[in-house]
Design a protein around this ligand. Structure first.
Ligand SMILES: NC(=O)c1ccc[n+]([C@@H]2O[C@H](COP(=O)([O-])OP(=O)(O)OC[C@H]3O[C@@H](n4cnc5c(N)ncnc54)[C@H](OP(=O)(O)O)[C@@H]3O)[C@@H](O)[C@H]2O)c1
Length: 201
């Protein structure tokens, strides 16, 4: 089993749902965490849970408020994590948003929101993290969705975004073989936490 103790892990979308659950689990297993999100109160709650779950001697998590749609914020995530821990072992791309609608009802604003948060920001963050992950022979976990491989009615932009995430995962993994980092996709069906109350996929 992959050893997480001491692994420096940057997690987006850690203020809620799946990202928050990953952060708490990784903390329990001894990972050194940089957790990010926009909602400060929610991210603080995750930070508190991580501290509670972590071994007594563990470093405290780094709490990073960042809007994934801001290129400067995304760059700051990497810079601050490296400044604090010196290296990076694992990147978890969990931040994502859903918009409902068909080609007739999904506006360009909705399309851009889904693509920017789910695809573009993950692309930028992965691009910036890859040199650090190659140096540590690290790992990338992209939280995808069953909508990346199967088509569903009424969630066109989201299905397109998750298909792009799946391709980013596969192509980057193939390209990364020479560099030495490995990449995994975590495809989710649906789950009953966080935005599930708002999402119906
Ligand atoms: N829930 C499901 O059934 C399900 C199924 C398949 C896949 N997924 C995927 O799993 C991932 C997490 O979903 P979830 O259910 O945990 O959703 P969630 O509870 O709504 O969490 C979404 C996370 O993304 C962050 N986020 C959204 N927009 C952001 C932005 N502009 N900048 C920074 N952070 C932003 C949110 O942070 P703030 O709230 O702090 O803004 C939050 O931490 C997503 O990629 C989603 O597509 C979920």
């Amino acid at each position: 089993m992959y050893e997480l103790n001491g692994k420096v892990t940057l997690i987006t979308g850690a203020s809620s749902g799946i990202g928050a659950a990953i952060a708490t689990l990784f903390a329990r297993l001894g990972a050194k965490l940089a957790i990010s999100g926009r909602n400060e109160a929610n991210l603080q709650r995750t930070w508190d849970e991580c501290v509670r779950a972590a071994p007594a001697e563990a470093d405290q998590p780094l709490l990073l408020i960042a809007d994934m749609c801001s290129e400067a914020d995304v760059a700051r995530l990497v810079d601050t994590t490296i400044q604090r821990f010196g290296h990076l072992d694992i990147l978890v791309n969990s931040a994502g948003v859903i918009e409902f609608g068909t080609i007739e009802t999904t506006s360009l604003e909705q399309y851009d929101r889904v693509m920017n948060v789910t695809v573009r920001s993950a692309y930028q963050l992965t691009m910036l993290c890859v040199p650090h992950l190659i140096a540590t022979r690290g790992n990338i976990v992209n939280v995808s969705s069953v909508t990346g491989t199967r088509s569903f009615p009424g969630v066109l932009a989201y299905c397109m975004a998750k298909a792009a995430v799946d391709q980013m995962t596969s192509c980057t993994a193939l390209d990364g073989i020479q560099g030495g980092s490995s990449e995994q996709r975590q495809s989710r069906g649906d789950c009953h936490q966080g935005s599930q109350t708002r999402w119906a996929v």
